[in-house]
Design a binder for this molecule. Structure first.
Ligand code: SF4
Length: 67
């Protein structure tokens, strides 16, 4: 089950600004949230730290110095 909120074309900036010429049953991938009359920037994907293998650190340092 998806936790993403349901989106509708009526909530899309392009629909509200009368900039969309599409007549689709469902929102397209261009959907951008309309908020307070402006185009809300897309949310940034959550950054996830990669585990660092401490034994591999000397190799990473050598690669960095070689670059
Ligand atoms: S751009 Fe896509 S999501 Fe936005 S109103 Fe048009 S069809 Fe719907």
């Amino acid at each position: 089950m998806s936790k993403r909120p349901q989106i509708r074309c009526e909530d899309c900036y392009f629909h509200c600004a009368n900039l969309c010429a599409l007549k689709l049953e469902t929102p397209c991938p261009t959907f951008r949230q309309h908020a307070d009359g402006v185009l809300r920037p897309p949310s940034q994907a959550q950054l996830i730290m990669r585990p660092v293998d401490r034994l591999d650190t000397p190799r990473l340092v050598a690669q960095h110095q070689a670059a």
